[in-house]
Design a binder for this molecule. Structure first.
Ligand code: 48F
Length: 257
């Protein structure tokens, strides 16, 4: 019966997809713009990459533009990435461009998956696998299970490296530091916390702060700002895209060694 064939098709292909992603080169936590850009370049380089987002619709803070005015602004330095993703844009004034935030977010997601990354939505990463003083994977559970407070154990997914792209709360970096009594590669050894808004400093420093902060753990996007204690920048998104591309390039160089 067609009813059973539809269900069987979904269950069997989903289980195949999950099984194929139990051992990864790169696990990206958070499906915001920086993490999606990273997923795209990593997958394009031939690495096995999966991205986990706790929401039904990944895309993080990019859908809503600023105050739900669904336009974003990107500076010249990041326009090569906008062109890689075939996003339409309009010049605004010197060195700045605007684009539709819905088109931009959906283009990032489409091209990341099309390049070979797998996105798991409704997955919350609640912990990492921590072996031999190295971050070695992620511990995942259904978001509704955690929201309901159900006592259900998670699944484990091994990864050669993990990227914290969880945005303003830098959840993974904070969890690794809190649970394992280790020092992150920051001035304090912990998550410093983001500073108030400054566009130029924020955009510059988010890219500088994109790096490996503990063996096996990288940060990108606002998680990098939060970890290093640098300013937020608001609805200019070039720094997010450049941070995603930088983390991908660092990981590609390392895993190719
Ligand atoms: O915050 P977010 O959009 O990440 P980002 O790439 O971009 C920041 C900008 O959107 C904006 C900004 C820059 O101009 O200030 O805010 O740094 O998206 C982070 C995603 O991570 C998911 C969350 O649902 C969101 O979609 N996320 C957060 N914690 C977890 C998680 C977790 N523990 N497990 C799974 N997903």
């Amino acid at each position: 019966m067609i009813e059973t064939r539809v269900s069987r098709g979904i269950v069997s292909t989903y289980m195949d997809k999950l099984q194929q992603n139990l051992e990864l080169d790169v696990a990206i936590v958070g499906g915001g713009p920086s993490g999606i850009v990273a997923a795209y370049y990593l997958a394009k380089a031939g690495l096995k990459v999966a991205q986990f987002d706790r929401k039904l619709a990944p895309g993080g803070g990019m859908w809503g533009g600023a105050m739900m005015f669904n336009q974003i602004v990107i500076q010249e330095e990041a326009m090569d990435i906008v062109r890689d993703f075939h996003i339409n844009y309009q010049p605004l004034d010197e060195g700045l461009y605007t684009m539709d935030s819905v088109e931009s977010t959906s283009a990032l997601l489409y091209h990341a998956v099309h390049a070979g990354a797998t996105i798991f939505n409704c997955y919350s990463v609640e912990d990492v696998i921590f072996k031999d003083n190295k971050v070695s994977g992620v511990v995942v559970n259904w978001t509704p299970v955690l929201r309901e407070g159900l006592h259900v154990d998670p699944l484990n997914i091994l990864a050669r490296v993990v990227v914290d792209g969880t945005g303003h709360d830098s959840e993974i970096a904070a969890t690794v530091a809190r649970k394992n009594g280790i020092r992150l590669a920051t001035e304090t050894g912990g998550v410093i916390g983001e500073r108030s808004l400054d566009v130029i400093a924020g955009e510059d420093e988010v890219v500088k702060g994109t790096k490996e902060i503990y063996p096996g753990l990288y940060v990108c996007g606002m998680a990098a700002s939060a970890v290093s204690g640098t300013p937020r920048m608001g609805p200019i998104f070039g720094g997010m895209l450049m941070s995603g591309k930088k983390v991908a390039n660092e990981i590609i160089a390392r895993l190719a060694r």
